[in-house]
Design a protein around this ligand. Structure first.
Ligand SMILES: *Cc1c(COP(=O)(O)O)cnc(C)c1O
Length: 376
């Protein structure tokens, strides 16, 4: 059996080597390293895949979030509601722009932002909600868009973990995660579901005026060469990364299927155990693209299980070990521990198993057997 990896970038590359190398070679031959034809074509290809009007490529997923917020003209002191249980980038950019982050609790079954908690956190100063589609499954966008409409708020989707996932509305309409809110961000960090071989990111929107604005912000606030109309940043997806992404985008659905198949095998083996809660899929099968496959370990020592797996050469990880409201940079006297019962519990219970496109049945079987053996 091949050594098990948390994410197997090498195994994946070996299968697409020719396509990736050819695509990168085109960039080298064209000598257009910034904003070259590969960047333009990737933008168009992704717009088509997501069925969204505008994709604005940029340097990474954190920049994408920041630029999306800059484009919405939020003012210092405006309150932005986001989830307590996520990667720090989400709250980081809110704070960096001198907006006021308002962290709220999540749902224990989906790990996604709690609608009830959002409702409680809305004040006259609230200007935006940032749902994070955690671990590959969209937050409850139907309820979030409804709340946003009622309270006149922007919705900025952090889609770094759920590219390719579908969200189905009650009326049956299916929309790709990231194409639902006013604006969305994603990351092409190598381990993400659509990863490049360095840093990369993008912003999506269906709003023409906002898209125009964002295209200027990513490029020093320039709309006409050397005319700086707004304060911008320098955030570009380079042509080599776009070349990698152009080679991989046609495989994204296949990659999503491979992750879903691995998740189904894990769940089949692990779902009937009293100490294990396997991830739930709230919509159709294509609604969860399993950026992570995350278990909750109940009435048992999660950290001892982790040590047991590591001792058997099975990598695993805790996403995320500390709630954002407990982080030194983001704690606030405005928060009460009683506002975060779910996050406070999840950080003690969660464990993410190896998840990528190259997992073999043999590896999944070995991982599941090793987990079940721990509880014997
Ligand atoms: C990875 C990630 C980001 C940041 O993306 P980078 O490309 O690493 O800057 C933001 N939000 C979430 C939820 C992420 O998982």
């Amino acid at each position: 059996m091949e050594k098990i990896q948390m994410v197997d970038l090498k195994g994946q590359y070996n299968k697409i080597k020719d396509a990736v190398n050819t695509s990168i070679q085109e960039v080298l031959d064209s000598n257009t390293y910034i904003n070259g034809p590969q960047v333009q074509s990737f933008q168009k290809n992704l717009e088509k895949y997501l069925d969204v009007k505008h994709v604005i490529p940029c340097a990474n997923g954190t920049d994408a979030l920041q630029i999306a917020m800059m484009g919405l003209d939020l003012k210092p002191g405006d309150e932005v509601i986001t989830a307590d249980f996520t990667f720090a980038a989400t709250v980081e950019v809110i704070a960096l722009l001198q907006l006021t982050p308002v962290l709220v609790d999540v749902e224990e079954d989906t790990f996604n932002i709690s609608i009830e908690a959002i409702k409680k956190a809305i004040t006259p100063k609230t200007k935006a909600i940032v749902p994070v589609h955690l671990f590959g499954q969209s937050a409850n966008m139907e309820a979030i868009m409804q709340l946003a409409k009622e309270h006149n708020l922007y919705v900025i989707e952090d889609n770094a973990q759920a590219i390719g996932a579908n969200y189905t509305f009650e009326n049956g309409t299916k929309i790709k995660a990231g194409a639902i809110g006013h604006v969305a961000s994603t990351s092409f960090f190598p381990s993400k579901n659509l990863g490049c071989y360095g840093d990369g990111g993008a912003i999506f929107t269906n709003d023409d005026a906002l898209a125009h604005k964002l295209r200027g912000i990513v490029n020093h606030g320039m709309y006409e060469r050397y005319h700086h109309d707004v304060v911008g940043v320098n955030s570009r997806l380079d042509s080599v990364q776009a070349a990698v992404l152009n080679a991989k985008l046609p495989l994204l659905d296949q990659y999503c299927n491979a992750r879903q198949a691995a998740a189904a095998k894990y769940s089949q083996a692990l779902s009937n155990h009293k100490n294990i809660i396997t991830p739930i899929i709230t919509g159709d099968k294509d609604s969860h693209v399993f950026h992570q496959y995350t278990l909750r370990i109940i009435d048992a020592d999660r950290n001892a299980l982790m040590q047991h797996l590591l001792s058997k050469d099975i990598p695993c990880a805790i996403y995320y070990p500390i709630p954002l409201h407990s982080q030194k940079a983001y704690c606030s006297p405005n928060y009460n521990e009683s506002d975060f019962p779910v996050t406070n519990q999840l950080v003690k219970e969660v464990i993410s198993l190896p998840m990528h496109t190259e997992l073999s049945d043999e590896q999944i079987g070995y991982i599941c057997d090793s987990i079940l053996e721990f509880f014997k």
